[in-house]
Design a protein around this ligand. Structure first.
Ligand code: SAH
Length: 441
């Protein structure tokens, strides 16, 4: 087996990262855009031991679960690896993956049906697009995997429609004003946008590599004249060469520097540096489900770790005695404190700290613990503190069930795993949000 060889393959199942897995000649092949029971002629792209990465040249038969893909960046972008699979089957795939994660850890538990969306498109309320130049005109999109080539996509199928329209309009203005990207005689690096889908307010951030941003005033004027939904425009300055999008400095060019959105019964001020769930329709379902599973009462103290702008804390505050949110990003904590005031909630307190450190020093009572950590999950020190503080209930919300399962397995001598409820926050991608309820033994 060598690179560029051709081979006939038949897919037996999907790997957890949605590649079609095929066995042939003692090798295991991973093929993008190939579904179970489909056969194809493929070409070998890379070999690592007995693992071969291959690409479909010709599909011989189509699975009944295959759907047409209407995205012209599909092959290059790599964002939506499941676009070619019927949505009901995507949900089955995600449930099965979560089931396998628990099973492989020796945990036999029932995973509930994944809660999906009625319309699994145009759900993302946030865009981060990199900017480049092609034929002297601005192009924008995600970088192609392992490269700095921008995959230009004018109509991203999972992005909010208004944001897609605004990006086209921004491109037109940039071209008109001859504002150039970094590397092409200009300073512009990225465009970040966020929309409050329940308020129709839009925030735009232009990330530049210097404070000088020629054409800035004309750009702001043209955009805000054309689009009344633009509530605020910010310039973020990031002179460092780094894959991290934002630098430390910023300048508000227009408006108050934040937008507002509504979620469940509260409204939230959101600054651009704060984390805010990207799929607000499913976030409401996620929070409702998580709070329902917690079965809260008026005498409880709740700790909400990794609290962001306070959305979970403030959604449940009215049902409990007190809630404490802990979050490491200062801007997000400020947003959370303002959001509590703004919604007349006075039994919620927010602390800016590393959750691990906070838990280590904490000696009070926690009846119910909510955790919603980043993809890396909880670290051992955090888990040690959980074992010391022994909350009655733990609601573990995760965007990476793989680390979630690892963490939970370290608590099962003290806790029963009562419920596993996945919620699809990321349709058409391989990702899935998952809620687990643990109760004290
Ligand atoms: N629960 C919130 C945010 C979840 S995202 C929501 O649903 O919107 C995870 C959050 O954890 C982010 O806001 C991130 O800034 C924060 N975070 C990451 N590492 C942290 C740490 N070590 N201590 C505290 N917060 C942290």
């Amino acid at each position: 087996m060598k690179k560029n060889d051709y081979i006939d393959l038949t897919c037996t199942y999907l790997s957890t990262d949605a590649k079609g897995v095929c066995k042939a000649n003692d090798f295991c092949f991973y093929v993008d855009n190939l579904l179970p029971n489909e056969s194809c002629n493929a070409t070998v792209e890379g070999i690592k031991g007995k693992t071969v990465y291959a690409r479909v040249m010709e599909l011989n038969n189509k699975s009944v679960d295959r759907v047409d893909v209407n995205c012209n960046s599909y092959e290059k972008c790599g964002g939506c690896n499941l676009l070619h699979l019927k949505y009901s089957k995507q949900l089955e795939f995600k449930k099965n993956n979560i089931h396998l994660l628990f099973k492989n850890k020796g945990i036999n538990a029932r995973v509930l049906e994944v809660i999906g969306m009625n319309n699994p498109f145009n759900y993302r309320n946030k865009v981060i697009a990199s900017v480049s130049l092609n034929n002297k005109k601005i192009v924008y999109g995600m970088y192609e995997e392992n490269s700095h080539d921008v995959v230009y996509n004018k109509n991203c199928l999972i992005q909010n429609k208004k944001l897609n329209e605004l990006l086209i309009s921004i491109k037109e203005e940039l071209d008109k004003l001859k504002i150039k990207p970094e590397g092409f005689g200009g300073v512009l690096r990225h465009i970040m946008m966020r929309i409050g889908i329940n308020t129709n307010e839009v925030l735009i951030v232009f990330v530049t590599n210097s404070e000088m941003f020629p054409g800035r005033n004309e750009l702001v004027k043209a955009l805000t004249k054309k689009h009344k939904e633009i509530k605020t425009i910010i310039q973020n300055i990031n002179p460092r060469i780094t894959p991290i999008v934002f630098g430390n400095k910023e300048r508000v060019l227009y408006g108050p520097g934040f937008i507002t959105d509504k979620l469940l019964n509260n409204s939230y001020k959101i600054s651009y540096r704060s984390f805010y769930q990207v799929n607000p329709i499913q976030t409401e379902i996620l929070y409702k489900k998580a709070i329902e599973l917690a079965n809260l009462n008026k005498n409880e103290v709740v700790l909400d770790c990794y609290s962001g702008i306070g959305t979970i804390s403030l959604s449940l505050a009215k049902q409990v005695k007190q809630v404490i949110g802990v979050e490491i990003v200062k801007e997000a904590v400020n947003d959370a404190i303002n959001n509590a005031k703004h919604n007349n909630i006075n039994n919620a307190k927010f602390i800016c700290d590393d959750c691990k450190k906070f838990m280590n020093n904490y000696n009070g009572i926690i009846d119910t613990l909510f955790v919603d950590p980043p993809r890396s999950g909880l670290d051992n020190e955090f888990i040690k503190s959980v074992r010391r503080l022994k909350p009655n209930k733990i609601i573990y919300i995760s965007c990476n069930p793989s680390t979630q399962v690892d963490d939970i397995s370290k608590l099962l001598d003290l806790y029963n795993l009562k419920e596993i409820q996945p919620v699809d926050l990321f349709p058409n991608t391989i990702h899935c949000e998952n809620i687990c309820l643990l109760t004290r033994k």
